[in-house]
Design a protein around this ligand. Structure first.
Ligand SMILES: [Zn+2]
Length: 413
């Protein structure tokens, strides 16, 4: 599988090279297709990747350009060996021959690898339950530190949901509470974002024992690394240490994703209208760092804050809420972010010094004096902004399309 994944990555890089080298007027799908066919014939290790999967790489590459021209993504770039997530696509569902062999295990055909056992984690339309409306259309293999995983693409026809009649709620991505809800029904995973000394806890999803193990592994890795001379190969022992560290981190990532999925499902189930604030996460993280001419102040503290924001993965929470509310018949709205955390949700005034510390909000307006959880306050403000009609129009409906200069979209299409 690793060979296939590296071949897929190399194919991407070659395609990118070819695309950028080819004069603009000659760029075309046929040309790219012919090139990868020839490359697969002539280069052995590119032929390791099944033809279908190679086609899938080409398709994804062209889609990446389309996403860029439509303003949804940056320009595609080379895929580096160590930073890239290893993955292989299986575009055709009928090649998979999925069979359930046990309550917990299934078997699947992986092209050029053979029959492989996989963990059966949810109902899949196979055998008698599969039909034209409800079937598996493909799969994708993805590798993380814990091994290879398979994700099936399932196509099923669902009845259009009835409009959700549940209550409205504003949600704030808090610093102390991962998700603060405007009705006080906060979603917390009981893992404080900060250590007692105030720094961000990047391993909060690990248990105390696992944290101790991680520390031990890191110390061991540092010790083994101290013997490594410049330009020497990483020893197997050191690599083993690194792998174990990565595995622990991958476990933490999975736990975080699990919590995120469960929580967003619950919210979509319960509420009909969900309002969130439009946060530009990359900007917040970048702005703390500052520029070379004007370096940011308190970068360490701020990036601690930002790291905990990034870790709560607000962008993905919104993404999950978008499709989950839609599936339940509810709606998601975004409101502009400025001042939601500084304004008092009881009287509506912004008073200086109201944010006493990260956790508590005390209104300094003499006629009001409301005090409470700062994240809760922001969530109430967010809901209020929606109620007075300040919801933003979804970005997908924009009429303006950003194009990279000099690339004719028509050639790729
Ligand atoms: Zn007030």
């Amino acid at each position: 599988m690793d060979d296939q994944a590296h071949a897929a990555r190399a194919t991407w890089n070659l395609l990118h090279d070819l695309w950028t080298m080819t004069p603009k007027c000659q760029r075309s799908l046929t040309r790219m297709d012919a090139a990868i066919r020839q490359a697969r014939k002539e280069i052995d290790w590119l032929g390791v990747l099944p033809a279908q999967a190679t086609q899938a790489v080409l398709k994804t590459y062209l889609q990446a350009w389309k996403n860029c021209w439509d303003g949804r993504a940056e320009e595609p770039n080379f895929k580096a060996r160590f930073r890239t997530v290893m993955s292989v696509d299986i575009p055709q569902g009928r090649d998979l021959q999925i069979k359930r062999v046990h309550r917990r295990w299934g078997m699947v055909n992986i092209p050029k690898v053979g029959r492989v056992r996989f963990r059966w984690t949810r109902d899949l339309p196979v055998g008698k339950t599969a039909n034209a409306d409800n079937r598996i259309t493909g799969a994708r293999l993805v590798k993380d530190a814990l091994g290879w995983h398979i994700a099936f693409r399932v196509q099923n026809a669902e009845a259009k949901p009835e409009p959700h009649t549940g209550p409205e709620v504003g949600i704030d991505a808090g610093v102390n509470l991962p998700l603060a809800l405007s009705d006080g029904n906060h979603q917390d995973h009981g893992r404080p974002a900060r250590l007692p000394d105030g720094t961000a806890d990047r391993d909060k999803w690990l248990t105390a024992d696992e944290k101790a193990k991680l520390l031990r592994l890191e110390q061991r890795a540092a010790h083994r690394k101290s013997f490594r001379k410049p330009k020497e190969r990483t020893s197997n022992r050191l690599r083993n240490c690194y792998d174990q560290i990565k595995q622990l981190r991958a476990t933490a990532t999975r736990r975080a994703a699990d919590w995120q999925h469960k929580t967003t499902s619950r919210i979509a189930e319960q509420y009909g209208t969900v309002v969130v604030e439009q946060l530009a996460i990359p900007n917040m993280v970048k702005s703390a760092r500052g520029t070379i001419e004007e370096p940011g102040k308190n970068v360490a503290q701020k990036s601690g804050l930002n790291r905990s924001i990034s870790q709560e993965a607000w962008g993905r929470t919104v993404e999950l809420l978008t499709y989950k509310t839609a599936r339940k018949g509810g709606t998601l709205h975004k409101v502009p972010a400025p001042n939601t955390s500084r304004r008092c949700s009881a009287c509506g005034f912004i008073t200086p010094g109201s944010r006493q510390d990260q956790a508590t909000f005390v209104c300094k307006n003499p006629d009001c004096g409301w005090s409470g959880n700062a994240d809760h306050n922001a969530a109430r403000n967010i809901l209020h902004l929606y109620r007075i009609g300040l919801a933003l129009v979804p970005a997908a409906g924009r009429a303006v399309v950003r194009r990279t200069r000099g690339v004719k979209p028509a050639t790729a299409r």
